[in-house]
Ligand binder design. Structure first.
Ligand code: CMC
Length: 433
């Protein structure tokens, strides 16, 4: 039976259609609200707003469920590879062996950078954040590799070109920032192994690839590959809705991800843990500060707009900490601090009442540190992982006949009509002048 919502304004009834998703999520369709009633809705941060229909990722924040194209994240993390998961997200299906091989061949073919692009790196200040460099470089790709929007095969190559080159760009940014010679991608290595090799191989100390670390990187990127309508994905959809090219759209996603409330949280968590260790802060002090509304200190890596229980990605990431630390034969003191903080927060009434649990970023920095990834590259690692999701969401958006240019409304709270006052008639005691 078709469902409707009834809205009563000043005694007048308006009927609004209800739409339902494949997992039962229901939405009141307000597309005709303003033409019918003159009213708009008010939802800062869009917490109650469904901005699109999407068949890519399903999340249930109450139950801690995350699925890509219907497949549970736990199964993908256990058995898939990052490249296969990227294929699943972008095309909507699991690849055949032939399709996967073809994808890998393209990823190899596209892995080097145009020689002229390398010149950009040399002119960045040595302390430039790699996220800023990455966002600029991806935007610059448009000039070097214009995409052919109307030819599907060419667009498929464009997706793989970005996925392949972003990894080379990221590793190159790292090598240049530490003053080492750039290591080129190797055609005999898979996606993740190639990245680790480009990051850590050097003429002085050759890098020895380890299957378990390569697997860990696959899992790390699978966990980040999509997360439905989060801040950066929304940026991608909003920017893309103006029909700008895909490179600029992805570049906008990278910029949005950089923020510490979003992807930048993985760097912020490690910096927080390091500060706690360095200053000898107690867990109790940190919890008290995080709860104090007058203090802007937050427990980074805790809380989520959608998850009101343990983030399923954090569960897997926590297990990975042990695997990776064991592999590299290290003991990370920050892991002890993180575990103590988690235990204290999960038993604290403030965190319980507000449903604040560890999110993916709480333990991811410890995994990355153990792999040897420098802290300022953490959010870049998130960006590489999120790329298939951004591409899938952009692709879905531009091919959806329901989608329009994103253009929200506002509730204006500024001045009513004011007369312009010529400069020599303005009075010092007039607050408007
Ligand atoms: N530490 C202390 N208090 C918190 C925290 C935290 N990490 N997160 C939320 N709260 C409190 C917040 O102060 C607010 O309290 P009150 O109701 O008294 O005003 C309440 O919980 C609700 O928080 P909110 O900021 O209104 O919730 P939100 O949905 O707008 O924000 C969030 C979600 C992720 C931005 C927020 O939880 C946060 O800032 N967490 C820390 C940063 C972080 O870890 N970000 C990574 C998110 S997961 C990776 C990704 O996909 O982006």
């Amino acid at each position: 039976m078709e469902e409707f919502a009834k809205l009563i304004i000043d005694g007048q009834e308006f009927i609004l259609p209800v739409i339902e998703g494949s997992e039962g999520e229901r939405a009141i369709d307000i597309r005709n609200l303003r033409p019918q009633t003159g009213y708009i809705t008010f939802d800062p941060g869009y917490g109650n707003t469904g901005a699109c229909r999407s068949a890519i990722t399903y999340m249930d924040g109450e139950k801690g469920i995350l699925r890509y194209r219907g497949v549970p994240i736990e199964q993908l993390a256990k058995s898939s590879t990052f490249v296969e998961t990227a294929f699943l997200l972008i095309t909507g299906k699991l690849p055949t062996r032939d399709e996967l091989t073809r994808t890998s061949v393209y990823l190899n073919d596209f892995s080097t950078l145009h020689e002229n692009m390398k010149a950009f790196y040399q002119n960045y200040p040595s302390k430039a954040h790699p996220m800023g460099i990455l966002s600029a470089m991806v935007n610059a790709m448009r000039s070097f590799y214009p995409e052919l929007l109307d030819i599907e095969e060419e667009m498929n190559k464009t997706y793989l070109r970005i996925i392949s080159k972003i990894r080379t760009m990221a590793a190159m940014a790292h090598k240049i920032s530490i003053g080492q010679r750039v290591i080129y991608p190797r055609p005999d290595l898979c996606y993740c192994a190639n990245f680790l090799n480009m990051m850590f191989d050097s003429v002085v100390v050759p890098y020895r690839l380890d299957d378990e670390l390569v697997r860990a990187l696959n899992v790390f990127w699978i966990l980040h590959a999509d997360h439905e309508q989060n801040c950066s994905t929304t940026a991608v959809r909003v920017v893309g809705s103006g029909k700008v090219n895909i490179y600029s759209t992805i570049s906008a996603g990278i910029s949005a991800l950089w923020g510490p409330l979003h992807g930048g949280a993985n760097q912020a968590v490690i910096q927080m843990l390091e500060r706690i260790e360095r200053d000898g802060l107690s867990v109790e002090t940190c919890i008290a500060r995080a709860k104090d509304p007058k203090d802007d200190f937050r427990l980074m890596g805790f809380g989520h707009r959608v998850y009101k229980t343990y983030d399923p990605r954090a569960t897997i990431m926590k297990e990975m900490c042990d695997i990776v630390l064991k592999k590299v034969k290290q003991k990370d003191p920050l892991l002890d601090i993180a575990q103590k903080l988690e235990e204290a927060a999960l038993n604290d009434s403030y965190f319980k009442e507000k449903n604040l649990y560890p999110n993916v970023d709480f333990y991811s920095g410890i995994v990355l540190r153990a792999m040897g990834i420098p802290t300022n590259m953490f959010t870049v690692m998130f960006a590489i992982g999120r790329l298939p999701g951004w591409i899938a969401q952009w692709k879905e958006d531009v091919s959806d006949p329901e989608m329009k240019i994103c253009r929200p409304r506002q509730v204006y709270t500024g001045n009513r009509l004011k007369e312009y006052i010529p400069i020599d008639q303005r009075k010092a005691d007039d607050p408007f002048c």
